[in-house]
Design a protein around this ligand. Structure first.
Ligand SMILES: [Zn+2]
Ligand SMILES: [Zn+2]
Length: 246
């Protein structure tokens, strides 16, 4: 199954990274709708589009305002945004307030259920993570393959959500900060390099890809990946427009 990284950065877009957006093009499934969301248009080939959102911070929802163009002249039956009731309320009353956006959104909003059915015999489950205002992580399972997406949280090897992530083939995890900024990571509800490596090792995942990196660090190694690799030697950065098969 193919996954495309449409946005791998945090907070605001940079020349190199748009903000949070992943796509499973064969399924018409998108995870988070950050500024990378406009890239869905060129890759949308399904009659339905399901967008699952972790939380309502702007770097994860801004792309919803571009949906009119994303589906323009596409034969699309429906666009559904799945997230928590709290995030739905925030998106509807703020992002789509008429003072900010002049027309009604073209998507329907629905609260995440305990187990969402995905095409090809898959399911999506969610679990809470620690982040200011709350956020959820996602686990997607199909027979013989699994993927977890965890962004915007402070992690440790003892984080409670280790049990939901355990044994996943692929873990896509945020890594906003280098270890030198560990204190700031804690303060802002984000993760730093060493802790992400320790978490991935504790969870026993097969592959670790890092996203949601600090936009002020635009070089090839924004968070000091050697510190992640001390615990999880195969850790890699995800880059915008990178594709993986899992
Ligand atoms: Zn974020
Ligand atoms: Zn956030």
């Amino acid at each position: 199954m193919k996954l495309i990284f449409l946005g791998t950065g945090a907070f605001h877009p940079t020349e190199r990274r748009h903000t949070a957006c992943l796509m499973l093009p064969e399924l018409g499934v998108v995870l988070d709708a950050g500024t990378g969301m406009f890239r869905v248009r060129d890759r949308l080939a399904t009659p339905t589009l399901d967008v699952f959102i972790t939380h309502a911070h702007l770097d994860h929802i801004f792309g919803l305002t571009g949906l009119l163009d994303i589906v323009f002249e596409k034969s699309i039956e429906r666009v559904t945004v799945h997230t928590t009731d709290k995030a739905i309320a925030a998106i509807q009353s703020h992002l789509f307030d008429k003072a900010l956006f002049p027309v009604d959104p073209i998507c329907e909003f629905t609260e995440l259920t305990e187990e969402e059915i995905l095409p090809e015999g898959g399911k999506l489950t969610h679990f809470p993570v620690v982040h200011p205002g709350g956020a959820v992580g996602f686990r997607l399972d199909w027979p013989g393959r699994s993927l977890c997406y965890v962004t915007d949280t402070t992690t440790t090897a003892k984080s409670k959500y280790v049990k939901q992530v355990r044994g996943a083939d692929v873990l896509i995890h945020e890594c906003n900060f280098a270890d030198e900024q560990a204190e700031f990571a804690e303060l802002t509800g984000h993760s730093h390099a060493k802790a992400v490596g320790q978490f991935a090792r504790a969870a026993g995942v097969g592959r670790l890809l890092l996203v949601h990196t600090n936009p002020l660090s635009t070089d090839d190694d924004p968070i000091g990946i050697a510190a992640v690799r001390k615990s999880f030697p195969g850790a890699e950065y995800a880059e915008d427009l990178m594709e993986i098969e899992f």
